[in-house]
Design a protein around this ligand. Structure first.
Ligand SMILES: *Cc1c(COP(=O)(O)O)cnc(C)c1O
Length: 458
């Protein structure tokens, strides 16, 4: 399988090449040239597979021989062994036809582990085979950083540098990053905000001459195709638990960057009978404004109780827009640079596929409280945004509605307390988080401060 850029000006690449990079040289994102498609009869045959077994079926055509099948199986098995629940992604019932897919049983308690555990093993295999070393550079406001560090700390050929805004991430989130052991693990606290961190990372990718000869930067945010690929699996897994391809299901997905829900869109394109795909955003609602008003415009960043969805632009939305524009890279480029609204016919087409809702902090707390009162089940604020959107947008209550639970509530204690509930305890493997030694360096808010830090730590 080849991967092409959404901007249409870069050559097609192999799986291995897109794994080891970030954006395409033309500024676009890589997407598969074609998607595998499965009939209902084919999907039903996967009923009863374990999570890693199913992951192998889904991932294999995308990897397309770049890794021998038996080796790929081994890497997938290892990736999901680190999860604390045998089901890997257990379904929890909230009410009649109302479900939660618990995606927080991985080492860092957020759904990003699904992709980043696998990404770490894929990188390790490919780099060892090529006898190649790379540098991972990423910016995080929280969950991506710890999941990436956990995923890559075992990789001998990877040095990983994660930037976070100094004194602007929660204590649990900071400690989850700064207590990860390993000589190849580097946490950089930038004296600035998250946007500054992202700007620095983007500039470093643009000019990589500060790296020693032969090294290149690899992205670990959701512009990396391998992350999206890994996330397609749990849509199939959840649907198969609830009746396979014989019956439709709907998903509500808390999203900011459109990464998680884009994986759901691909699952649907691949043949999974998904009735509704609901985009659930917090007050940073660019996606909801597009879906409800055909308005695609940045508005100022708001800091919410669901910080992992605090974004101004949704980078992966470009991957969907590429399809919406009939895979016309020029039309997409034009829209990305000067567009605000799309042709009404195209907009209606998008509304056939996605519903959407935006949920503010107050309602988020109400929902956390409500769900706890109804079912004695504690959800995190991101999940609460998803549950609210599911309830608001549900068009057919005879179809199971599955909300993706993207984080464990212990990670977002503020919101739980604000909802008037008692904060849950840290899970067993993290009990001593507050006693572990932290390692991080505080660095000035400039590109050169960061690149010289990287240089001197390779
Ligand atoms: C990253 C994250 C999200 C949003 O993911 P997208 O890639 O933007 O879809 C939602 N919830 C949590 C807890 C996250 O960490």
């Amino acid at each position: 399988m080849r991967y092409i850029s959404t901007r249409g000006k870069s050559p097609a690449q192999s799986f291995e090449q897109v794994l080891l990079t970030g954006l395409a040289p033309d500024g676009g994102l890589y997407v598969p040239e074609t998607l595998p498609h499965y009939t209902a009869a084919e999907i039903v045959q996967w009923t009863g597979l374990s999570y890693p077994e199913l992951a192998l079926k889904i991932v294999s055509p995308f990897v397309d021989g770049a890794i021998p099948e038996s080796k790929l199986k081994e890497l997938i098995d290892k990736s999901y062994q680190s999860f604390s629940h045998k089901a890997v992604a257990p379904l929890h019932m909230l009410g009649a036809n109302e479900w939660i897919l618990e995606l927080y049983c991985g080492p860092t308690l957020a759904f990003k582990d699904f992709a980043l555990q696998l990404l770490g093993h894929l990188l390790d295999y490919v780099l060892t085979k090529n006898n190649q070393k790379v540098v991972i550079l990423g910016a995080t406001s929280g969950d991506t950083g710890s999941a990436a560090l956990e995923g890559c700390r075992h990789c001998e050929n990877v040095d990983i540098f994660i930037l976070h805004p100094y004194q602007r991430v929660s204590e649990v989130q900071r400690r989850q990053m700064t207590t990860v052991p390993g000589n190849n693990v580097h946490n950089i606290a930038v004296r600035g905000n998250f946007d500054d961190c992202q700007r620095i990372v983007k500039a470093a990718f643009g000019d990589q001459s500060f790296l020693p000869q032969g090294r290149q930067l690899v992205a670990v945010n959701s512009i990396n195709w391998a992350r999206i690929m890994a996330q397609i699996v749990y849509y199939f897994y959840a649907a198969l638990q609830l009746g396979g391809a014989q019956r439709q299901v709907s998903f509500s997905v808390p999203t900011g960057n459109f990464g998680d829900i884009y994986a759901g869109y691909l699952a649907k394109q691949m043949g999974l009978p998904i009735a509704q795909l609901i985009i659930a955003t917090n007050s940073n609602d660019i996606l909801h404004r597009f879906m409800s008003r055909n308005e695609y415009a940045q508005s100022p960043l708001q800091h919410t109780l669901s910080p992992s969805m605090d974004i101004m632009v949704s980078s992966n939305f470009e991957r969907y827009l590429f399809d919406m524009f009939g895979r016309d890279g020029d039309a997409l480029t034009k829209f990305m640079t000067e567009g605000h609204a799309v042709d009404p016919a195209l907009w209606q087409q998008a509304r056939q596929i996605f519903a959407s809702a935006a949920v503010n902090d107050e309602v988020t707390c109400d929902v956390i409280r409500e769900v706890y009162a109804e079912t004695a089940f504690l959800i995190d604020p991101h999940t609460a945004v998803g549950v609210k959107a599911a309830r608001e947008c549900n068009a057919d209550t005879s179809i199971p509605m599955i909300t993706l639970a993207t984080a464990h509530p212990v990670k977002f204690a503020d919101a739980v307390t604000r909802a008037g509930l008692e904060n849950p305890e840290l899970p067993e493997h993290m009990r001593d988080l507050f006693d572990r030694e932290e390692r991080y360096s505080v660095v000035d808010n400039t590109l050169s401060a960061v690149t010289s830090y990287v240089q001197s730590h390779l």
